[in-house]
Design a binder for this molecule. Structure first.
Ligand code: ASP
Length: 305
């Protein structure tokens, strides 16, 4: 390993501050796992973010339910939390599930109880702007003509308002350890208890230092049906670069279901090379290596089949 150049890759433009925080952790001697946790926390801590952390849009009942996961590619250990309320940093809770319990995933009330034990409980009232958007959503459903207050109406509405996004991060440290992690409040105004791809190992994230790591964002209902990030890493096991693996995975998914839109991935391979792709038209992500002064925002076009 030896000569690996540390790197961090993160989803969307809010990934810029995540990549920067991750690189700061690596430069301070932290591991890939530390970098991922710090990177994700930076976005979770932003109260203005509407799709990550406690500032995110709530579910149909007005409760913010959060999903997160983390994976250590050197030990293949993983931790996740799903549909957890009143936790500021679900990524840290996921790490504690991985490191301090015999389990991989805790959900709902159990995850919250564990957060309380760990001192990670945090109560933040819905921000007025968020409450207003939620009430408007309820009004729309209530006053829509018969047949429109259905799941189909809701799914279309969510899709049109594009009210979801995940902070997904992959990092590689100077020893070649790769870690991946992600965090989201999921789909805005989702059904209570709805869990997306983000806390599902192999769907929202996967990492193996032998090959690479990947993290996904987009419509969880599509991402999880394909075990998307496991597919990306599978192609890296076979020797593809992160970019080739990300594109090949997106093409494979579309070849199986041409309607599986709204899927995007970021990836790093064991050489520290970046990759990203999407089944949509385009996707933005942030990337930073140890010899860069600041992270770079990159845009990639979607695959066509
Ligand atoms: N994948 C997330 C979810 O479905 C949301 C997103 O990344 O846009 O919960």
């Amino acid at each position: 390993m030896g000569s690996i150049k540390p790197a961090v890759i993160a989803t969307w433009s809010f990934g810029l501050k995540a990549a920067e925080a991750g690189m700061k952790a690596l430069r301070a001697g932290g591991s890939a796992l530390d970098a991922v946790e710090e990177a994700v926390k930076t976005v979770e801590n932003d109260p203005a973010n509407r799709s990550v952390g406690l500032g995110g849009y709530p579910n149909m009942l007005g409760d913010v339910e959060l999903d997160a996961s983390i994976m250590d590619g050197s030990t293949l250990r993983a931790g996740a939390v799903a549909a957890v309320k009143n936790v500021k940093n679900p990524i840290s809770l996921a790490r504690k599930v991985m490191e301090l319990t015999p389990h991989v995933m805790l959900v709902g009330e159990g995850a919250y109880m564990f957060a309380r034990l760990m001192g990670l409980e945090h109560h933040a009232p819905l921000q007025p702007e968020v409450k207003k958007a939620w009430r408007e959503y309820l009004d729309q459903v209530k006053h829509s003509s018969p047949g429109k207050g259905t799941l189909d109406f809701w799914a279309k509405y969510i899709h049109e308002m594009k009210a979801h996004d995940t902070i997904g991060v992959v990092a590689i440290d100077k020893s070649g350890n790769i870690a991946a992690g992600c965090s989201t409040s999921g789909l805005a105004f989702k059904m209570p208890g709805r869990v997306g791809d983000s806390p599902i190992i192999g769907a929202g994230i996967y990492a193996d230092s032998l090959a690479g790591g990947a993290s996904a964002t987009g419509l969880g209902e599509n991402i999880m049906r394909f075990c998307t990030t496991r597919i990306v890493v599978e192609y890296m096991y076979r020797g593809l670069s992160a970019q080739e693996a990300a594109e090949t995975a997106m093409r494979f998914i579309l070849s199986r279901d041409r309607f599986a839109r709204n899927i995007a991935v970021v990836a790093l391979d064991a050489k520290g090379r970046a990759g990203a792709s999407t089944t949509d038209e385009k996707f933005e992500y942030a990337f930073m290596t140890a010899d860069m002064e600041e992270p770079e925002l990159r845009s990639v076009k979607g695959v066509s089949i």
